[in-house]
Design a protein around this ligand. Structure first.
Ligand code: MLT
Length: 269
């Protein structure tokens, strides 16, 4: 059963989903993609392995979690996670993120690596934005300011979901649209600035010694298979899983094959 919980973390309302009864070391925290929310992890929470506890927070500015008031930084997500982990009594946990969630995993590894016993990097990359990508962020900032989250959904849906999903799964397309449109324009705008200004995490990879599972949808056009392979080659203990028929939102598009890659890896930790 998936439980919805909330409290004030750092004085700001924070919402997260939780499942399972694992102890404080058999815990996995999932960080969501842009511009979605914790609910994108429901399928994974509903299939929580015995003995594990899964936690999926809404990141600052998304869903039920209030944003910081200062200039936005990807490090805000790491700070919030550290406070949430303290509140939940998680001393040593597995940290997973998809795309923007992966960028937040790298931020957390910069902040408090001693708490992390393994990482899952799904449909993400370690590099910073190129000058061209930064121009694209400005267009997105202009779009969300002018037309709000429905326009962001129009722009992003064809990129987030793979060709196979777009052909066969209209229901998932509607669900993802609803998740995007449930967010505030301000939260999305501040997240775009966080994405644009994040540092290059590539130099961190060689000294990330914990087991790392890198998952990527074969049809991911935002963070393609080549990005995933490059991370696995640079990580000391990386394992690659390429999911056929899935795009960028691989955990939503192919929950069964996502689980088939994840669960044995978790069991071996
Ligand atoms: C995401 O899925 O979180 C975003 O596509 C990440 C990005 O735009 O860099």
């Amino acid at each position: 059963m998936v439980r919805e919980r909330s409290t004030a973390i750092g004085g700001r309302p924070t919402r997260w989903l939780e499942a399972g009864e694992g102890n404080t070391t058999h815990a996995l925290v999932w960080l969501h993609a842009f511009p979605l929310g914790a609910d994108m992890w429901r399928a994974q929470l509903e299939t929580v392995p015995d003995g594990w506890r899964l936690i999926a927070p809404d990141l600052a500015g998304f869903g039920g979690t209030a944003d910081h008031t200062g200039p936005p930084s990807i490090d805000d997500f790491a700070q919030d996670l550290d406070e949430l982990a303290g509140y939940l009594g998680l001393r040593h946990f597995v940290l997973g993120g998809l795309s923007m969630g992966g960028y937040a995993v790298f931020a957390y590894l910069r902040l408090n690596p001693s708490r992390v016993k393994g990482i899952v990097l799904a449909d993400t990359k370690s590099g910073a934005d190129s000058p061209q990508a930064r121009d694209g962020r400005q267009k997105m900032l202009d779009l969300v300011a002018a037309k709000g989250c429905p326009a962001i959904a129009d722009e992003m849906l064809p990129k987030l979901l793979g060709a196979t999903t777009q052909r066969i799964d209209t229901g998932l397309m509607l669900d993802v649209r609803a998740m995007i449109e449930s967010n505030s324009a301000e939260g999305v705008s501040r997240a775009i600035q966080r994405l644009r200004d994040r540092p290059d995490a590539t130099p961190q990879l060689a000294s990330t010694f914990v087991p790392a599972l890198v998952i990527v949808g074969e049809e991911d056009g935002i963070t393609p298979v080549a990005e995933a392979r490059a991370m696995v080659n640079a990580l000391p203990d990386g394992t690659l899983a390429v999911l056929p028929g899935a795009g960028h939102l691989s955990n939503l598009e192919a929950p069964d094959t996502f689980g088939a890659a994840l669960l044995p890896w978790m069991a071996a930790l």
